[in-house]
Design a protein around this ligand. Structure first.
Ligand SMILES: [Zn+2]
Length: 298
């Protein structure tokens, strides 16, 4: 699933292509993409719009138009965008939409599993819509360890689960959560609210380092993610733990282990990332599974 580095890579590639261009013709062939609105209605509303900027918040791409409206694109599991010169788009059975720009080039949306969404909003609606679903941007200059501490405090959920909640940190998903926790030497099952100041400072730095490396490598291509020119990212060759169960930890040589946490495959080093302290014997009989806050997987 595309996470912050993948979406940011797409944004950076599409921004110069789309900026200042008018959407000449829009074809949306999948009703799931725009529901509950009819795809033809959304396509007609988009035609004639001129692009002002292409922004990103968390995993949302935000195409802002000169009219003030904005198209929020979420790639979800398998969505990707492709830009090609006129007539150069390859055949694709999973193509769900094509936008013809006024320079004759095309932007095509591909989605094998069809969980992606295109949502057309008025300018006044964008901020509230996104802010209700997405926490602070971890790569913003103003993002501090104390911001991370504030959203982890008092949460009993495992820190990995807390990181997957988009309201905790914008754009972190399964891959970069595991990579960041390894960098910070924090076990994914440790209760989020029990991290001390030092843990949170290491995790804050680790999240930024993992995401920045992901952007520098133009994202990770495991199956579906592609850059708009069709090429693959290379971050998958740089994973320290993700998908590497049985391979040696590059810090200590201990084999990486895999567990399931919050329904997701989770990789960590059992030596560098020590498990949470065992509960006291007296309270173990009454110990209940920690209640995690409702997950937001946007
Ligand atoms: Zn290790």
């Amino acid at each position: 699933m595309p996470e912050l580095p993948e979406v940011e890579t797409v944004r950076a590639r599409l921004a110069p292509v789309l900026g200042g261009r008018r959407l000449q013709r829009v074809e949306i062939s999948d009703a799931r993409l725009t529901r509950p609105l009819a795809p033809d209605d959304v396509a007609r509303a988009l035609e004639g719009e001129r692009v002002r900027t292409v922004d990103r918040r968390g995993k949302y791409l935000i195409v802002r138009f000169e009219s003030g409206r904005a198209l929020l694109i979420h790639l979800r599991m398998t969505g990707s965008l492709r830009h090609a010169a006129a007539g150069a788009l390859p055949d694709d059975p999973y193509r769900r939409a094509v936008v013809r720009l006024d320079d004759g080039s095309d932007v095509a949306y591909r989605d094998v599993r069809r969980f992606g969404t295109w949502l057309l909003l008025e300018l006044s609606e964008v901020g509230a819509y996104v802010d209700a679903r997405v926490g602070l941007e971890p790569l913003s200059e103003t993002y501090k360890a104390r911001d991370l501490a504030a959203v982890l405090a008092r949460r009993r959920a495992p820190v990995k689960s807390a990181l997957l909640d988009q309201r905790t940190v914008a754009g972190v998903g399964n891959i970069y959560a595991d990579e960041a926790l390894w960098r910070a030497r924090i076990h994914p099952r440790r209760p989020a609210g029990e991290l001390d100041g030092d843990d949170v400072r290491r995790l804050h730095r680790a999240i930024r380092q993992a995401l920045e490396l992901g952007i520098a490598r133009q994202g990770s291509t495991l199956t579906d993610y592609r850059l708009p020119d069709g090429n693959a990212g290379t971050m998958q060759t740089e994973f320290r733990v993700y998908g590497r169960d049985g391979e040696p930890c590059e810090r200590c040589g201990t084999p990486i282990e895999k567990i399931r946490l919050a329904g997701r495959g989770t990789w960590y080093c059992p030596r560098c990332q020590p498990p949470p302290a065992a509960p006291q014997a007296a309270s173990s009989s009454s110990r209940r599974p920690s209640r995690s806050r409702r997950q937001s997987s946007v």
